[in-house]
Design a protein around this ligand. Structure first.
Ligand code: ZN
Length: 94
Protein backbone atom coordinates (compact mmCIF):
# COMPACT_ATOMS: atom_id res chain seq x y z
CA UNK A 1 0.00 0.00 0.00
CA UNK A 2 1.41 3.26 -1.09
CA UNK A 3 1.04 6.25 1.16
CA UNK A 4 0.44 9.56 -0.45
CA UNK A 5 2.89 12.21 0.63
CA UNK A 6 1.30 14.55 3.12
CA UNK A 7 0.93 17.95 1.51
CA UNK A 8 2.68 20.73 3.32
CA UNK A 9 0.06 22.34 5.49
CA UNK A 10 0.39 26.09 5.76
CA UNK A 11 -0.17 27.60 9.16
CA UNK A 12 -3.61 29.03 9.23
CA UNK A 13 -5.35 31.28 11.65
CA UNK A 14 -8.58 30.73 13.55
CA UNK A 15 -11.62 32.39 11.97
CA UNK A 16 -12.57 33.99 15.29
CA UNK A 17 -9.23 35.05 16.75
CA UNK A 18 -5.53 35.25 15.98
CA UNK A 19 -4.52 31.87 17.32
CA UNK A 20 -3.26 29.10 15.08
CA UNK A 21 -5.97 27.01 13.53
CA UNK A 22 -6.45 23.63 15.12
CA UNK A 23 -9.23 22.11 13.03
CA UNK A 24 -11.81 23.29 10.51
CA UNK A 25 -10.67 26.88 10.60
CA UNK A 26 -10.92 27.25 14.37
CA UNK A 27 -8.37 27.23 17.16
CA UNK A 28 -8.75 24.63 19.89
CA UNK A 29 -10.63 27.07 22.12
CA UNK A 30 -13.15 28.14 19.48
CA UNK A 31 -13.46 24.59 18.24
CA UNK A 32 -14.49 23.57 21.76
CA UNK A 33 -16.97 26.43 21.91
CA UNK A 34 -18.42 25.45 18.55
CA UNK A 35 -18.80 21.87 19.74
CA UNK A 36 -20.53 23.02 22.90
CA UNK A 37 -22.84 25.27 20.92
CA UNK A 38 -23.73 22.31 18.74
CA UNK A 39 -24.65 20.36 21.84
CA UNK A 40 -21.78 17.92 21.64
CA UNK A 41 -21.16 16.10 24.88
CA UNK A 42 -17.94 16.96 26.54
CA UNK A 43 -16.42 18.09 29.77
CA UNK A 44 -17.84 21.49 30.45
CA UNK A 45 -16.08 23.26 33.24
CA UNK A 46 -18.67 24.17 35.79
CA UNK A 47 -17.60 27.47 37.13
CA UNK A 48 -19.64 28.94 39.90
CA UNK A 49 -20.49 32.52 39.12
CA UNK A 50 -21.05 35.05 41.84
CA UNK A 51 -24.35 36.92 42.07
CA UNK A 52 -22.59 40.09 41.00
CA UNK A 53 -21.19 38.34 37.93
CA UNK A 54 -24.64 37.05 36.98
CA UNK A 55 -26.06 40.56 37.26
CA UNK A 56 -23.14 41.91 35.24
CA UNK A 57 -23.72 39.31 32.52
CA UNK A 58 -27.41 40.23 32.29
CA UNK A 59 -26.58 43.94 32.21
CA UNK A 60 -23.88 43.58 29.55
CA UNK A 61 -25.93 41.26 27.36
CA UNK A 62 -28.86 43.70 27.61
CA UNK A 63 -26.45 46.34 26.32
CA UNK A 64 -25.76 44.13 23.34
CA UNK A 65 -22.50 42.45 24.32
CA UNK A 66 -22.03 39.26 22.34
CA UNK A 67 -22.58 36.08 24.37
CA UNK A 68 -19.33 34.63 23.04
CA UNK A 69 -17.45 37.60 24.46
CA UNK A 70 -19.25 37.19 27.78
CA UNK A 71 -18.57 33.46 27.81
CA UNK A 72 -14.89 34.14 27.26
CA UNK A 73 -14.78 36.92 29.85
CA UNK A 74 -16.44 34.86 32.59
CA UNK A 75 -14.97 31.51 31.55
CA UNK A 76 -18.30 29.78 31.05
CA UNK A 77 -19.97 28.10 28.08
CA UNK A 78 -21.94 30.35 25.67
CA UNK A 79 -24.98 28.25 26.54
CA UNK A 80 -24.57 29.33 30.14
CA UNK A 81 -24.81 32.96 29.06
CA UNK A 82 -28.01 32.17 27.17
CA UNK A 83 -29.40 30.37 30.20
CA UNK A 84 -28.59 33.33 32.42
CA UNK A 85 -30.18 35.78 29.99
CA UNK A 86 -33.37 33.73 29.73
CA UNK A 87 -33.29 33.07 33.50
CA UNK A 88 -33.15 29.33 33.08
CA UNK A 89 -30.09 29.64 35.30
CA UNK A 90 -29.73 31.80 38.41
CA UNK A 91 -33.44 32.61 38.22
CA UNK A 92 -33.37 33.67 41.86
CA UNK A 93 -30.99 36.51 41.14
CA UNK A 94 -32.66 39.67 39.94
ZN1 ZN B 1 -10.05 31.14 18.01
Amino acid sequence: MTRRPTPARPRRICAKCDRTESYKGLCSMHLREANQAAGAPGPVAKRQLTEDEVREIRRLSAEGVNRWDLAFKYDVAPGTITAIKSRRAWADID
